[in-house]
Write a protein that binds this ligand. Structure first.
Ligand code: HEC
Length: 359
């Protein structure tokens, strides 16, 4: 472990607690886990936390600096961007993320496979550059929509494009990226044996971000704008009560699968899974007539966003919100046609649990 690494934030003890190889922390980790996870969903909840390493001096900008090898590491799944125009984008399925905090700075080291280095070139407008972005959710309030935030729920973005200086940006919805005044972001990138390693570093904001999400673009695959892969939110270190509420569900996924069929969700959404293969344009055989009357003849899946990766990209809190109040936030590119169904709270929860199995 590198010098200067003082310790890890709470998520690290949790992970150690699970492995049970550290006596003192084992108790802390186990109690915390019991409080947070019962009755179910242990693994998915851990997958939604990103451990943070604490250091004394500002973390190194050099991705190959030995200090980074001592930082806690997380493997983050990237999913095709499937809702907004552009997607799906690239073949990068996982990204390795490390976070260090110290000396008034927050730094993230991202590493991902990419066989070709595609650099930004202003003269070659038919070629695109490799790029990556880190998105930060504010410390308070509802966790914003993971695809660039939403009106009234802004996100901060650190953006790196190969061959260009990094940028500090802000967004309140798809296509609304603008510069974030006063946000100085530094980046350094290196080619590794398999792809890119990039460190993005900026000032630690007074209101520490609650969560981060990642995106990667592959220039060789014409990656640009919406044509990218993205991750779900990850809580930075110890999630507070509000985030825990958003990341857990107590619903019964099997019941949710039945409700999904009964309420005709598949008439508008794709949602393949081991529970229900509702990939066609008609509700599955035996499904009751949907509560809202059903789609007009000829209309089918595709009216609403593809939910094939809903559990990979979204948190239960967002899915709950999307089912309860579909019109409160419209997924970019879609109309306000999703019906508000008369669901009991435990039915909504079952649907959420079912959607979380789609990843
Ligand atoms: C009449 C078509 C229709 C039906 C039926 C329908 N939806 Fe939707 N749904 C949409 C549309 C359109 C959107 C995107 C606009 C919005 O956000 O309201 C959406 C958005 C969503 C989202 C957010 C997806 C994302 O990618 O962010 C979820 C989750 C969702 N619906 C779940 C359901 C569930 C569960 C059911 C069944 C109980 C259902 N929907 C029934 C049309 C429908």
């Amino acid at each position: 472990m590198s010098r200067g690494l003082m310790g890890f934030a709470i998520a690290q003890p949790i992970l150690r607690g699970l492995r049970g190889n550290d006596g003192s922390r084992w108790m802390v980790g186990t109690l915390f886990l019991l409080a947070l996870l019962s009755p179910a969903w242990a693994a998915p909840t851990l997958e939604r936390v990103l451990p943070v390493g604490l250091v004394e001096a500002p973390p190194s900008l050099d991705p190959l600096d030995a200090a980074w090898s001592g930082a806690p590491v997380a493997s983050v799944s990237l999913y095709p961007q499937a809702t907004a125009p552009g997607g799906p984008g690239g073949a990068t399925r996982t990204l390795e993320a490390r976070v260090l905090r110290g000396g008034g700075k927050l730094a993230l080291r991202l590493a991902w496979p990419d066989a070709t280095a595609d650099l930004a070139d202003a003269k070659a407008t038919d070629r695109f550059a490799d790029a990556a972005a880190v998105q930060f959710a504010p410390a308070a309030g509802t966790l914003p929509y993971v695809g660039m935030g939403e009106p009234g729920h802004p996100v901060r973005v650190w953006f790196w494009r190969a061959g260009q200086p990094a940028q500090g940006l802000t967004a309140q919805g798809f296509g609304s990226l603008s510069r974030q005044p006063g946000e100085a972001v530094e980046a350094q990138s290196r080619r590794t044996a398999t792809g890119w390693a990039v460190v993005l570093r900026g000032a630690e904001s007074a209101d520490r971000p609650a969560a981060v999400a990642f995106a990667a673009w592959d220039g060789a695959e014409d990656g640009r704008a919406g044509r990218k892969r993205l991750s779900a939110w990850r809580a930075l270190a110890k999630p507070d009560a509000r985030l825990l509420e958003e990341m857990r569900t107590t619903g019964d996924p099997a019941r949710g699968a039945r409700l999904y069929a009964e309420h005709g969700c598949a008439a508008c959404h794709r949602g393949d899974s081991p529970h229900a293969r509702n990939s066609g344009s008609l509700p599955p055989e035996g499904a009751q007539s949907p509560a809202w009357g059903g789609p007009a003849p000829g209309m089918g899946a595709g009216l609403g966003p593809d939910l094939t990766h809903a559990g990979g990209i979204h948190w239960p809190g967002y899915l709950r919100r999307a089912i309860r109040e579909p019109a409160a936030f419209l997924v970019p590119g879609y109309a306000a046609i999703m019906p508000v169904l008369p669901l009991r709270p435990e039915e909504t929860e079952a649907l959420v649990a079912y959607l979380m199995t789609l990843n």
